[in-house]
Design a protein. Structure first.
Length: 149
């Protein structure tokens, strides 16, 4: 009798484990990677090529502007990765430096644009700031807006 109960429990345990493993496998297959969901990345730094493509789409960048924007965004990504790996900084210091890098990148990109593109870029940045503010990040809300040239 004890042996029969043990076999029933063992079989039930194996069925439970198999069901759990199958559910986990199905769940991971159903989920797209974060970079594929809604066309946005949710973790890690944004891809410079994707960001350049988005800016090209919205601002109608020339090929020369695209190359310079891509270079600027690649530099930003490199700086952000280096900063992220610097364990000597406190979280507030790291965040402040990241905001500074982002503002510098935005200014560099803005300087590559003509007047009409700058106006659209400023509107995009205002929407980004509003989005960040609405989703819990200050998004630079405590910082001055980009300077008009």
């Amino acid at each position: 009798m004890l042996k029969k109960q043990f076999l029933v429990l063992a079989a039930a345990g194996l069925i439970s484990i198999a069901s759990f493993a199958t559910a986990q496998d199905n769940q991971s297959n159903d989920q797209a990677p974060p970079s594929a969901q809604n066309g946005e990345r949710h973790h890690g730094p944004p891809d410079p090529a994707q960001r350049t493509a988005e800016l090209t789409k919205h601002l109608n960048l020339t090929s020369d502007q695209q190359a310079k924007v891509l270079e600027t965004l690649q530099s930003e990504r490199s700086q952000m990765e280096t900063l992220h790996q610097d364990s000597s900084l406190s979280q507030p210091d790291r965040r402040a430096k990241m905001m500074n890098i982002r503002q510098t990148t935005d200014s560099q990109i803005r300087s590559l644009l003509d007047a009409n593109q700058q106006k659209k870029f400023d509107q995009m940045m205002a929407r980004r700031e509003q989005h960040m503010h609405n989703h819990g990040g200050n998004g630079g809300a405590d910082q001055a807006p980009p300077q008009q040239q």
